[in-house]
Design a binder for this molecule. Sequence first.
Ligand code: PRP
Ligand code: MN
Ligand code: MG
Length: 178
Amino acid sequence: MKNDILKVLISKEELEAKVKELGQMITRDYKDKDLMIVGILKGCVIFLSDLIREIDLPLTMDFMVVSSYGSSTKSSGVVRIIKDLEKDIAGKDVLIVEDIVDTGLTLNYLVDYLKSRNANSVKICTLLEKPDRRKVEVDLEYVGFHIPDEFVVGYGLDYAEVYRNLPFVCILKPEVYS
Ligand code: PRP
Ligand code: MN
Ligand code: MG
């Protein structure tokens, strides 16, 4: 698997430092709130599990499965809810945790959806974002890294469901995609 890597974009150490920093900001901002983390599977898993251990507050969490990419490297723009929340979120301060915001279509849809279920607040924490690819405006409260428009994998991000377990964010060799 490591043979497929062209270049590491964000190292393990950089990820660790950033996740700590985000955790501290969230701890400060949600001190007197009813924090509920909503992870968007599957990309969020690694980031989310590291992040929540850096938040020094009581919190609850739930997960949604949403798909917009399928096995292609491009967003289809079609958002599909495959697994919904299990509990009521009325009155909760929801923090959506994502691995990456690309076109913004997934989150644009999800924020509206969660607000319509009467959450007290709905904010977003994403590890990565690609500003060049945005198709719809989304407010991103917490962003780890702004990255160029290149297809990245690792630390939860996949290509055709593989490479999520790489401990860093990287770019694959072009021949891997063909
Ligand atoms: C990816 C990523 C985000 C979404 C971002 O998920 O994890 O959820 O696409 O794209 P957008 O901003 O263009 O909407 P994907 O559909 O690949 O599912 P996965 O998390 O299971 O890999
Ligand atoms: Mn995802
Ligand atoms: Mg994916």
